[in-house]
Design a protein around this ligand. Structure first.
Ligand code: WTA
Length: 636
């Protein structure tokens, strides 16, 4: 593929201008770099009031031909994926583009052989092993829609996601090792499958030699299935607007939202941003430490890097095993040039002795990236000084599951960076700040401004809907401001137009880089027979970024001790959502502050949890203002 990369800041500004004044011209030039079975009749149609967004209308393509087939002649023997196992003594795996092409095609035939057709939904609940990449690409090859569920989620979180999109098949592994802990994924699946009537077949990859319980007729081993099929598999011709995947993300209320991404626009958006933000060159080794169960893994471990013909690293383990130097050991061993991680990982690693960094040679590094939450000044400097040796640009990339691709980010080595700032919008991205009254904050020259971050116009990889609930898509993203996409984030903009994302303005809390809606956590707590009601808020945490604080009222006749109740509540949360939603603090209170209409005043609780109770504002309009003193006095 000819390079899509911008080379100078001047060129960035020109491209940006063009992308705003002539979006269709700009994106059709970008799209020319890809392989289409049929080109588009029209680049873009959109109407945020419906909302309806279509890119590359009438075009036909298969994203796997762009990730695999078209590279065969030019870089067939180049390593596509380097897999680094959890256990440093186990061997790494190197998979070339040609080998990946063969594996994907063959597994695509396994899917077909098991009755999966274009449009069917397939759920993947897998560890970070190459077979996850193979399975997702195999789905894309035949036009099946993958729905990847992070393998740390509980069985009930898994079953509700399977049911929401009526998946016909589940692909998993028997077990996985993360750190020293073996996790039996198949058991979690078996529990989930007790109430997922849509699933007909389960394919199990044997990651370990442990015996695995299989349900006859339903469960099949990956290797057995491979024996039954041939390799070649023609890539299905997909309409640009056909579904590529569904990925669930937490909402501030209710059940998780199945964000729908379609084929053409997502491919163009993820690849264009990958190429530009990271500026990878021919022999670079790129490593994104995210899990493929999150959007970062979808766009920047698999689709973006593979479409761009890069070498992408997949790591099975955790940053702390066998010690807190593991990331740096891998960078050294594989000569990683591009390293992309989350602030929460940086903060956790910065807590450990620098000798763990210093004993490894990090001189291969050229570019560092950050994603998932605001990076604080201290973490930014630690990353810059100790990992980048003040020699690697840091790209602080702001984006979302819903945006599919990076939106506001420096272009490595080209955009001047500023600590804690995601800096400037990438070409095609038109951010605006909105004030409390819903008006656009117009920037006066030489003046900084602040507001809620929204987007004026669509970009190719924007999610098209929430699976099965278009109304919720409209309500969540397009109702706050007329004809705009609302991000849910607040932002500050300096006098030169650089953005710093200040965090969520809704009831989503980002804990260790994972989005958690507080409502589902509250629902889980309320399940407990001793609990009357509760409110969960986030509070700042020096490693996790945010942690969870629950204010809980219990029945008067509750016999359980507070300590035990706390353990039981956390167990309930672990089983309904997953261990990532564990509460750090639980305060038992005799009541929650409420408005006269009965709404819990989370604003007040957030301040108390964050230790900012001196400045609660006017509380006289509350139904029960006295409760505030009690809660303040007992704050943890
Ligand atoms: C937050 C992850 C500040 C933000 C790609 C957003 C960030 C949410 C950054 C989306 C960043 C992501 N600086 N905040 N560089 N990147 N966020 O859907 O609040 O898991 O709305 O997508 O993470 O999280 P999601």
């Amino acid at each position: 593929m000819k390079s899509l990369q911008i080379n100078t800041f001047k060129e960035y500004k020109e491209k940006y201008e063009q992308s705003v004044s002539d979006p269709e011209g700009f994106w059709s030039e970008v799209a020319e770099h890809f392989q289409w079975k049929k080109k588009w009749d029209k680049v873009l149609e959109w109407d945020f009031s419906k909302p309806e967004i279509k890119w590359f209308i009438g075009a036909k393509l298969n994203i796997t031909e762009n990730c695999l087939d078209r590279h065969l002649e030019t870089i067939g023997n180049k390593t596509a994926i380097i897999w680094e196992p959890n256990d440093p003594d186990e061997e790494s795996r190197y998979i070339t583009y040609r080998q990946l092409y063969v594996k994907v095609s063959r597994f695509a035939n396994v899917l077909k052989n098991n009755g999966i057709k274009k449009g069917d939904r397939v759920c993947l609940y897998m560890p970070m092993i190459p077979e996850l990449a193979i399975a997702m690409l195999a789905c894309a090859r035949i036009g099946a829609v993958h729905s990847i569920v992070f393998a740390g989620f509980s069985s009930s979180a898994l079953s509700s996601r399977i049911n929401d999109s009526q998946c016909k098949m589940l692909i998993t592994a028997n077990e996985v090792y993360r750190g020293t802990k073996p996790i039996n994924l198949k058991k979690v699946c078996d529990q989930a499958l007790e109430n997922t009537p849509s699933v007909e077949t389960v394919i199990v990859y044997r990651r370990t030699v442990e015996p695995t319980e299989m349900t006859p007729g339903r469960d099949k081993f990956w290797f057995d299935e491979l024996q039954k099929v041939d390799t070649p598999c023609e890539a299905e011709a997909m309409d640009a607007e056909d579904l590529l995947f569904i990925l669930y993300t937490s909402g501030s209320t209710g059940k998780p939202k199945g964000m729908v991404h379609t084929t053409g626009g997502y491919m163009v958006g993820s690849t264009y941003t990958f190429e530009n933000v990271f500026q990878c060159k021919k022999d670079d080794i790129y490593w994104c430490t995210a899990d493929i169960g999150w959007i970062t893994g979808h766009s920047y471990i698999i689709y973006g890097p593979l479409c761009a013909g890069a070498t992408t690293v997949m790591f099975e383990g955790v940053p702390s095993y066998p010690d807190y130097g593991r990331f740096w050991e891998i960078v050294d061993k594989l000569n990683v040039t591009h390293f992309y991680t989350a602030p929460t990982a940086i903060r956790a690693l910065a807590k450990h002795p620098l000798s763990l960094v210093e004993k490894h040679d990090l001189s291969s590094l050229k570019v560092l990236g950050s994603v998932g939450e605001p990076i604080n000044e201290e973490a930014w400097h630690w990353y810059n000084d100790n990992i980048g040796k003040s020699n690697c640009p840091i790209v602080d990339t702001w984006w979302q599951t819903e945006t599919g691709a990076m939106m506001i980010s420096p272009i490595a080595g080209i955009t001047p960076t500023r600590p804690t700032f995601a800096t400037l919008p990438l070409p095609g991205v038109q951010p605006v700040l909105m004030d409390e009254r819903g008006n656009e904050v117009v920037q006066k020259s030489m003046e900084a401004s602040e507001g809620r971050l929204a987007m004026k116009a669509p970009w190719p990889s924007i999610a098209r809907t929430i699976y099965g609930d278009h109304q919720r898509y409209k309500d969540t993203y397009f109702s706050a401001y007329k004809n705009m996409y609302f991000t849910g984030d607040g932002a500050y903009r300096d006098a030169s137009g650089n953005y710093r994302i200040t965090g969520r303005v809704d009831d989503v809390v980002i804990v260790s880089g994972h989005n958690l809606g507080t409502a589902p956590i509250e629902n889980a707590i309320d399940e407990h027979a001793d609990i009357v009601e509760c409110a969960v808020v986030g509070f700042p945490h020096d490693v996790k970024g945010n942690a969870l604080y629950a204010f809980v009222t219990k029945y008067d006749d509750c016999k359980t001790s507070d300590e035990d109740l706390k353990i039981e509540i956390n167990k309930l949360i672990a089983s309904t959502i997953g261990a990532i939603a564990k509460l750090d603090k639980v305060q038992f209170v005799s009541g929650l502050p409420k408005t006269r209409s009965g709404k819990i005043m989370r604003r007040i609780l957030r301040k108390i949890a964050s230790n900012e109770a001196d400045n609660l504002g006017d509380i006289s309009t509350l139904l029960n203002p006295d409760i505030v003193e009690e809660i303040k006095a007992g704050a943890l």
